[in-house]
Write a protein that binds this ligand. Structure first.
Ligand code: F0G
Length: 463
């Protein structure tokens, strides 16, 4: 039996669900249909005890050999690392070839942040255009294992689009709950095309999240928000793919946006497990960046308080992370503290400018993703990240997820939702610091050449 099969078998036997609260530490069967600990209400982790005798070199070699394979499980950037997952070898895998996302060198963004170099791990290059696919492949596979008929999620748009696609592949009924009028058209369009039952709720994401937990009490319905530990399992493999792409060199810092805090929790878990396996010797420092108007986690970190204080009316134009009561904050806090990372917030202007700068590297992302570059700029300025540090920013969504935002920025028509009643519309307008509006020209060669000359003049020395 080859080494990897042996590992897989051990994994099947020794995986369980475990409450993350050390004072509870309750354990449950892997395939018990749970979302939170039935004993104390805490979050659950999938725990694998399989690797006491793991052979790091063997694992690296197996994973590299799979890069040359055309088998769907090997082509997936999640299932390629299946030794890290609790699933049985014959699990009914639902895959769209997720993962395999590029790691770009980004010199313009690096210079903007005050760094010598910066790498962008572009999770927006997943099949539905966001990082959610890496967790949805495992969560929907688990839904099939549990015999669910209907899968549901509450979403600011990306989880919904991703679930709708994977549910369609699995032929499961899919219901998505989105805050009405608060998600981008592109994300809504995806969910409609993939055939989901789209429920537009009066209220915000946190209201949708509350309702959905009630819905999930129904046995035939399976909830796949990131509170579901099987979502986190898929998303944690991004740590392995990233390190594999870097020949197992650990970056000094990894920086992610923070909304519901599933992604930061998952990356933290991924790096920690790879360290426990002996694949890496240290953890990268994990930092989480939130939008100023939706930053309860940054508030918690700053105040060093024990409990997260939700924000009742979160506000940000980065609608993906417009969340006031993040479900996974305890897991994310654990990951940040264990890796000596930090949590911070950035303004709407900083997000908008950082997004335009990332664009100048030829890499498009949605506004939420740009919090990373804005956050890194702050962390460099405050000395937490040194200018020669090895830094990776995780871009979570594709630019095509929110084209209205980009067009409005470049035409200087982007307005914040500032609640301060005394602010005029003009005062709420963001500056198009790096704006690049389209030019209207006559259909003649001379007009176009003149347009080009003017564009060069206006943009030289801009960045
Ligand atoms: N970036 C994007 C593009 C997102 O869509 C989200 C979350 C995040 C960052 C934050 O990640 O929640 O794991 O901390 N979007 C969820 C959704 C909430 O419903 O699509 P997180």
């Amino acid at each position: 039996m080859i080494e990897t099969e042996k590992l897989q078998q051990v994994a099947e036997k020794s995986a369980e669900q475990r409450c993350i609260d050390p004072s509870c530490d309750a354990r449950f069967e892997l395939n018990e249909r749970l979302y939170v600990c039935p004993r104390c209400g805490g979050l659950l982790d999938v725990a694998l005890e399989a690797y006491a005798n793991a052979d790091p070199e063997g694992l690296r070699a197996v994973w590299t050999s799979r890069l040359a394979s055309f088998e769907p499980r090997d082509r997936s950037g999640v299932w390629r690392y299946r030794e890290l997952l609790s699933f049985a070898a014959d699990a009914p895998i639902v895959t769209l070839g997720e993962g395999n996302t590029p790691l770009y060198d980004a010199p313009v963004s690096a210079a903007y942040c005050g760094l010598n170099a910066l790498a962008l791990k572009h999770q927006g290059c997943n099949p539905t255009g966001s990082f959610k696919d890496t967790g949805m492949t495992t969560a929907v596979t688990q839904a099939l294992i549990l015999g669910a008929r209907t899968v549901v999620c509450a979403s600011t748009g990306n989880t919904a689009a991703s679930l709708a696609a994977y549910a369609a592949r699995a032929r499961l009924q899919c219901a998505i709950l989105v805050p009405r009028g608060q998600i981008s058209n592109a994300k809504l369009a995806q969910s409609l095309d993939y055939g989901a039952a789209v429920m537009e709720l009066d209220g915000n994401f946190d209201d949708a999240m509350r309702v959905i937990r009630e819905l999930a009490e129904d046995e035939s319905i399976y909830l796949v928000n990131s509170i579901n530990p099987f979502r986190i399992e898929g998303q944690k493999t991004v740590a392995a793919e990233l390190l594999h792409q870097r020949d197992w060199r650990v970056p000094d810092h990894i920086v992610v946006p923070g909304g519901n805090l599933g992604n930061s929790s998952a990356l933290g878990k991924g790096f920690k497990e790879l360290r426990n396996l002996g694949l890496i010797e240290r953890l990268p420092r994990l930092s989480v960046v939130q939008a100023e108007g939706a930053a309860p986690f940054a508030g918690l970190f700053e105040s060093e308080s024990e409990v997260l204080k939700p924000i009742e009316h979160p506000q940000t134009l980065a609608t993906a992370i417009k969340i006031g009561a993040p479900v996974s904050w305890k897991k994310a806090l654990r990951a940040v503290l264990e890796s000596a990372g930090s949590v911070l917030s950035v303004s709407e202007q900083e997000i908008a400018d950082a997004k335009a700068i990332i664009g100048r590297d030829g890499v498009g992302c949605e506004p939420a993703s740009a919090t990373t570059v804005a956050g890194i700029k702050q962390l460099v300025a405050s000395g937490i990240i040194g200018s020669d540090a090895d830094v990776v920013a995780v871009l979570t969504g594709n630019i095509l997820k929110d084209t209205d935002y980009a067009i409005n920025y470049h035409q200087e028509k982007l307005y914040t939702h500032d609640r301060a009643a005394d602010k005029t519309k003009e005062e709420r307008r963001l500056t198009g610091t790096y704006s690049n509006p389209p030019a209207r020209v006559k259909a003649t060669k001379a007009a176009i050449l003149e347009g080009l000359r003017r564009h060069e003049q206006e943009h030289s020395g801009n960045i």
